[in-house]
Design a protein around this ligand. Structure first.
Ligand code: F6P
Length: 343
């Protein structure tokens, strides 16, 4: 019986368990033995695995997070890790590996296919929705709906207190969560990393809105947004294994500027990891399930070095190499739609 493995790497997100369940159900039905690698690439470096059978994935569909655990470990970072990973892959007798992750995890997956472990396929995950070659990554829809609900809640308190509230959302260097939750939640200004913040314009929009009788405003800002003259705001200077900074804090700076320039009382609410937790939406459960099934089909059809992807309403496969080449950022056309509702 050929043995295949599945891992989940990078930031967790709702829907990961749908992928694991689908890989196990489809894998077993195709005659594979399925192994779970714990904590992303770390588990393959440390030979930390768990067998996955029908019972181990029973009841996990509605659960957020990942039963396998995750990490931001990069096997190319520490000397010796890559060799350990390769040795473990060989000793485990793996026929193929299904790597579920975002740009970092799948970037490693692609490198490994070039570097001695060719039988890898990818599944695109991230709340940031910033992976190329797929219309959506799973996890995004849940995060978006959580952010939208928070914006709805912020509306009622902002209105009662006649305040401006700045809602800072995640998304790293892409503004997908901000733009879509802002449109869905009826934000009065939306600021994304793709377009530098013009603070004069932001304040002018708010003042104009207040001049027509509104006494509160909601501003949604992506954590990766930056002022025209500035750079992005970070929580700490330390970089992770993949060279990423920890973003966060732009909301605070923005709120201070808005209050100073408009005179309106302004508060900030940082949504943070709330966006990544909890039960996946139906959309993410279905997408994760479709991706998981597709990944096993790719293995069976020996289409290695490929990633399951969504195109329109079809699940297709694309080259991992293409998917990790560049970030997918917000289309200016979508921003223009959002702008119609500013102020
Ligand atoms: O990539 C997902 C994400 O939630 C980003 O939106 C955010 O910048 C980052 O992960 C936060 O990472 P951590 O969970 O390591 O703080």
């Amino acid at each position: 019986m050929a043995r295949i493995a599945v891992l989940t790497g990078g930031g967790d997100c709702p829907g990961l368990n749908s992928v694991i369940r689908a890989v196990v159900r489809k894998g077993i039905s195709e005659g594979y033995e399925v192994l779970g690698i714990k904590n992303g690439w770390k588990g393959l470096i440390e030979n930390d695995t768990m067998p996955l059978d029908l019972n181990s994935v029973s009841g996990i569909l509605p659960k957020g997070g990942t039963i396998l655990g995750t990490s931001r470990t990069n096997p190319y970072k520490q000397q010796g890790d890559l060799q350990k990973l390769k040795d473990n892959y060989k000793n485990l007798g793996l026929h193929a590996l299904i790597a579920t992750g975002g740009e970092d995890t799948l970037g490693v997956a692609y490198k490994l296919t070039e570097d001695g472990i060719p039988n890898i396929v990818g599944v695109p995950k991230t709340i940031d929705n910033d992976l190329s070659c797929t219309d959506y990554t799973f996890g995004f829809d849940t995060a978006l709906n959580v952010a939208m609900e928070c914006i709805d809640r912020l509306h009622t308190t902002a209105e009662s207190h006649h305040r401006i509230i700045v809602a800072e959302v995640m998304g790293r260097h892409a503004g997908w969560i901000a733009i879509e939750s802002g449109i869905a939640g009826g934000a009065d200004v939306i600021l994304i990393p793709e377009i530098p913040i013009d603070i004069e314009e932001v304040c002018a929009i708010i003042k104009k809105r207040h001049a027509r009788g509104k006494t509160f405003s909601i501003v949604v800002v992506a954590e990766g947004a930056q002022f025209k003259e500035g750079t992005f705001v970070t929580q700490e200077h330390k970089l992770d294994d993949f060279g990423h900074v920890r973003l966060g804090g732009i909301g605070e700076n923005l709120a201070a500027e808005i209050e100073k320039r408009t005179g309106y009382e302004t508060r900030v609410s940082v949504l943070g990891h709330i966006q990544r937790g909890g039960s996946p939406t139906a959309f993410d459960r279905v997408l994760g399930t479709r991706f998981g099934v597709k990944a096993v089909e790719l293995v069976t059809n020996k289409k290695f070095g490929r990633m399951a992807a969504l195109s329109g309403n079809k699940i297709i496969d694309v080259a991992l190499e293409e998917a990790v080449k560049a970030l997918k950022t917000v289309d200016p056309e979508l921003y223009n739609i959002a702008r119609v509702f500013f102020g």
